[in-house]
Design a protein around this ligand. Structure first.
Ligand code: RB5
Length: 150
């Protein structure tokens, strides 16, 4: 039986070291980690990894996802092309908390060339410990799915 606290992790070559640090931190917070790589620093294509992680979340195999690339931007754009994914890039803890509380984000993206490890781990913790507030925010999140969905 799969855990209800299951996080998929992926990155491109620019963020492997930070991804491994994030994996250890996520585990220490009591979440099961599904790290889908890549495992080498050979140059690769961030859309492949963003989409692969997003599919794990969209399918329900994983509860949340954390993806990383150099800026966090490209891999976030790729993930958000998968239906049902709401992914934000965060470089601060306030935003990481708010994308869960107000936007019901199911994925977080980090830029390994933008922020250091200490801040990245704090951002991850803020994201994982916040919960969606629902109410008026639910109406707005439904609207993200498309016009007339609210
Ligand atoms: C790879 O050099 C870099 O372009 C990628 O990690 C990311 O920053 C793209 O958004």
């Amino acid at each position: 039986m799969s855990s209800s606290k299951r996080v998929v992790l992926s990155s491109d070559h620019a963020a492997i070291e930070l991804r491994l640090a994030v994996a250890a931190h996520v585990t220490s917070l009591g979440w099961e980690v599904v790290d889908i790589g890549p495992t080498t620093t050979e140059s690769t294509h961030y859309p492949l990894h963003g989409q692969a992680a997003a599919e794990r979340v969209a399918s329900g195999d994983c509860t949340l996802g954390i993806i990383l690339c150099g800026t966090g931007q490209g891999i976030m754009m790729a993930a958000n092309k998968v239906a049902g994914i709401r992914c934000g890039v965060c470089s601060d803890t306030f935003s990481a908390r708010m994308i869960r509380q107000h936007n019901d984000a199911n994925m977080l993206s980090l830029g390994a060339r933008v922020i250091g490890e200490g801040l990245a781990l704090d951002i991850v913790e803020a994201f994982l410990t916040a919960t969606f507030e629902g109410g008026r925010h639910a109406t707005r999140v439904e609207m993200i799915e498309g016009p007339g969905q609210a």
